[in-house]
Design a protein around this ligand. Structure first.
Ligand SMILES: NC(=O)c1ccc[n+]([C@@H]2O[C@H](COP(=O)([O-])OP(=O)(O)OC[C@H]3O[C@@H](n4cnc5c(N)ncnc54)[C@H](OP(=O)(O)O)[C@@H]3O)[C@@H](O)[C@H]2O)c1
Length: 261
């Protein structure tokens, strides 16, 4: 049980802001050398400076993970520069708050590509060197949307659900191979995700938590080698209620949406 982070190499995707930036700094503070990546170079530089205060060998890559060739290049570059990747944190993601009647297939494909296919691609590229060492950790940042079928988010929820189910299947396949998988289910964390363009406004009346609170819960679950963590934790009870009676849950959600319109 547990995973000693001192001296380990951690690659965090989507680390230019929000949860990814917070996790990158937390892993650096815990003694790991951190590799961070995203598209916005200026924001990455700020996060890298916070990481190198604790872990001077930390590095950054400006990359667009919606492009398969850039995902492959990131895997190669990270292994070459860091000497290997012990912990992969698949955090980069985009929201898609859009009613199903307004979705087109290109949008669904783009969301699926970044939120599901890209982390799977990066994982498959980095898995062999973890298997060789018989040690590794993979943290996949999903969403409560994956289990709660959040209204107006079908494309996003489906991509995150795919990531969750993939993670569980992978955890089983790798059970005795020294590699553990943690799935993170954030609820509403106060980040830029809710102000990105090309999304419907976020209207759900759910109290948000801070990035710091989210990061603390993830690091705690990581230290305990847990398989999943809901942040905040009370979302796990809602997911359990849905699982117990899907029909009642979906009917209740639809009634709530009707009452709001
Ligand atoms: N905030 C929440 O309440 C919440 C709830 C559930 C799940 N999540 C999940 O948590 C993760 C982090 O989101 P966040 O809330 O911290 O929002 P955020 O601040 O917008 O972070 C998203 C990160 O992903 C990166 N990213 C987006 N598109 C990318 C691309 N094509 N290539 C490379 N990097 C890309 C962004 O960097 P660049 O723009 O610089 O590329 C940014 O660093 C996401 O997977 C999100 O779905 C968040």
């Amino acid at each position: 049980m547990g995973f000693e982070l001192a001296g380990k190499r951690v690659l965090v995707t989507g680390a230019s802001s929000g949860i990814g930036a917070g996790l990158a700094v937390a892993f650096a503070q815990a003694g790991a050398t951190v590799g961070i990546c995203a598209r916005r170079e200026d924001r990455l530089r700020e996060v890298l400076a916070r990481c190198t205060e604790h872990a001077p060998q930390s590095q950054m890559w400006v990359t667009d993970l919606s492009r398969p060739d850039e995902v492959d290049a990131l895997a190669r570059d990270a292994v070459a520069a860091l000497g290997g990747v012990d912990v992969l944190v698949n955090n980069a993601g985009i929201p898609k708050r859009r009613h199903v009647t307004a979705l087109d297939i290109a949008t669904v494909e783009a969301v699926t590509m970044l939120d599901y296919v890209s982390p799977v691609r990066l994982t498959l590229a980095l898995l062999p060197q973890m298997l060789e060492r018989r040690e590794g950790r993979i943290v996949n940042v999903s969403s409560v949307a994956a289990t709660l079928s959040s209204p107006g988010e079908a494309a996003y929820a489906a991509a995150k659900a795919a990531l969750s189910v993939w993670s569980e299947g992978m955890a089983v396949d790798l059970w005795d191979r020294g590699i553990k998988v943690l799935v993170v289910y954030p609820g509403v964390v106060d980040t830029e995700l809710f102000t990105l363009p090309d999304n419907d406004p976020f209207t759900a009346s759910v109290e948000s938590i801070t990035v710091e609170e989210c990061v603390a819960s993830v690091m705690d679950a990581f230290a305990k080698d847990e398989l999943q963590v809901y942040v905040p934790e009370w979302f796990a009870a809602i997911a359990a209620r849905k699982a117990a009676d899907v029909g009642a849950f979906l009917a209740g959600t639809a009634a709530y949406v009707r009452s709001q319109s």
